[in-house]
Design a binder for this molecule. Structure first.
Ligand code: ADP
Ligand code: MG
Length: 317
């Protein structure tokens, strides 16, 4: 549904988007994840025909974003980074106004608006002046507007930014539900968000795609997936030296926690080292209270992938 090939956007002295290519399939939800200044908004603005690219091609449902912008706009619902609303209009009036602008036939307008009010959970504020709504509700009005012409493709730029934790959960639920029948491209710099909502993640940094995969595969890629945390009774230093001797163990650190030692064992490869650790503990007669694999988090993946250029990124932020 979304096809992007060698897309580049150059500003005076920076490639905001640098030769990126990707596809988003029908009913797929893809998360564009990246630090501030990575190029997420720029990518979305090109895809939604708000500005031209410097080079490359992009099509939305088969329509070229550069030559066929009218058709593209009909296919997409775009929620920009800062939701533009008319603050002195009532929610109902605003959505009616937007429905007219979007050429929804008069007879269907009321039904569509009611449907969107319901979907985004704002029926109870439909008669309120938009400007008096909380940030979370304003965001939902923006989302309702995005959905009103029933677009197949949703492009959502940081849809949960500035919301409180409850509102974030609610908006995520709405997006997750929409993802079942829509193609969704959403951007965020919040990791749990992509993990919860997206089928696939694209990590973008300095205008380049540095990783693209399912959340599970991204986490598998990293070798440190074989770390193990243990609680063992006994002489910490001695236990450490026993475990350090195991083939496949990279390093062991430990600290005392009451009458027990907590040990952190880093594996050197992808191999699951728990069985070797178990045998070593039995052989040396230590008392084991707990052993668990430390799964790598998306935070670590993101950090590992994007830290090479941390300085530059924080300059941009
Ligand atoms: N209108 C502009 N003129 C010049 N530079 C811009 C403009 N818009 C964005 N940039 C730069 O392009 C890069 C990407 O910005 P943006 O796409 O907004 O990133 P993100 O949405 O990932 O935070 C940043 O370095 C930003 O400073
Ligand atoms: Mg942005």
């Amino acid at each position: 549904m979304i096809n992007v090939k060698n897309l580049t956007k150059r500003y005076v002295n920076v490639n905001a988007v640098d030769n990126i290519s990707f596809d988003v399939g029908e009913n797929e939800t893809v998360g564009l994840l990246g630090p501030n200044g990575a190029g997420k908004t720029t990518t979305m603005r090109i895809l939604t025909c708000f500005m031209p690219a410097t080079a490359g091609t992009a099509t939305i449902a088969g329509f070229d974003v550069f030559t066929d912008s009218l058709n593209v706009r009909q296919q997409i619902g775009y929620l920009p980074e800062n939701v533009p609303l008319y603050l002195d209009m009532r929610v109902n009036e605003y959505l009616m106004f937007r429905a007219k602008l979007k050429n929804i036939p008069r007879r269907e307008r009321r039904k569509k608006i009611d449907y969107c009010l319901e979907l985004t959970g704002i029926r109870n504020v439909q008669n309120q002046i938009t400007g008096t709504l909380s940030k979370g509700y304003k965001q939902r009005v923006g989302l309702a507007d995005t959905l009103i012409h029933d677009p197949k493709i949703l492009i959502l730029d940081e849809p949960t930014i500035g919301l409180d934790p409850n509102q974030i959960m609610q908006i995520r639920q709405v997006i997750k539900g929409l993802g079942e029948k829509h193609t969704v491209l959403l951007s965020t710099h919040i990791l749990p968000e992509v993990e919860m909502v997206c089928d696939r993640i694209m990590i973008i940094d300095n205008g380049k795609i540095v990783a693209m995969d399912t959340p599970a595969n991204l986490m598998k890629q990293l070798k440190s997936s074989s770390n193990v945390v243990l609680e063992i009774k006994g002489d910490g230093e001695r236990i450490k030296s026993s475990l350090s001797g195991i083939d496949g163990v990279n390093s062991v650190t430990w600290k005392k926690k009451g009458d027990i030692n907590e040990l952190y064992v880093e594996g050197s490869g992808e191999e699951d080292i728990r069985e070797k650790i178990f045998k070593c503990i039995v052989k040396d007669n230590y008392i084991l209270r707990e052993m668990k694999r430390q799964p790598i988090t998306l935070e670590e993946v993101f950090h590992q992938i994007t830290t090479k250029e941390t300085e530059e990124v924080s300059d941009n932020a």
